[in-house]
Write a protein that binds this ligand. Structure first.
Ligand SMILES: [Zn+2]
Length: 122
């Protein structure tokens, strides 16, 4: 009888001891670590997306310049100075559509040189 009670008390005591959880300090440390990681990740993410937009715009500028060169080569007497609108290249079938900059705005072309309204160059 005494043994059983002793075991029951021990197990109850053990049960109380085995209740695990996090202290407030431990939770605060975890939240601070997560905050530091987010503070590092957000600027990196923004930088990566900005670089991707610039590279995409540069690819579009190269494509337009290439289409302009093709348009000049496709007709006798044509020069790059004659290419003053991207619509000329679209109507000639050299571009499917007028490309836009990922940061906003339509690309333009002057004297056969494509330009971005946001100042992207290649
Ligand atoms: Zn651009």
């Amino acid at each position: 009888m005494f043994y059983r009670m002793s075991c029951a008390m021990k197990s109850e005591k053990g049960l109380l001891k085995s209740q695990k959880g996090f202290t407030l300090v431990e939770l605060m440390v975890v939240v601070i670590i997560i905050g530091i990681l987010v503070a590092i990740a957000i600027p990196v993410y923004n930088n990566v997306t900005s670089n991707a937009a610039e590279r995409a715009c540069q690819a579009s500028l190269r494509t337009v310049d290439g289409a302009a060169a093709q348009w000049v080569a496709g007709g006798s007497g044509r020069t790059l100075a004659d290419v003053d609108a991207i619509s000329t290249l679209v109507e000639a079938g050299l571009l499917k559509a007028a490309p836009t900059c990922p940061d906003g705005g339509a690309l333009t072309i002057t004297d056969g040189v494509a330009a971005c309204p946001n100042g992207h160059t290649y």
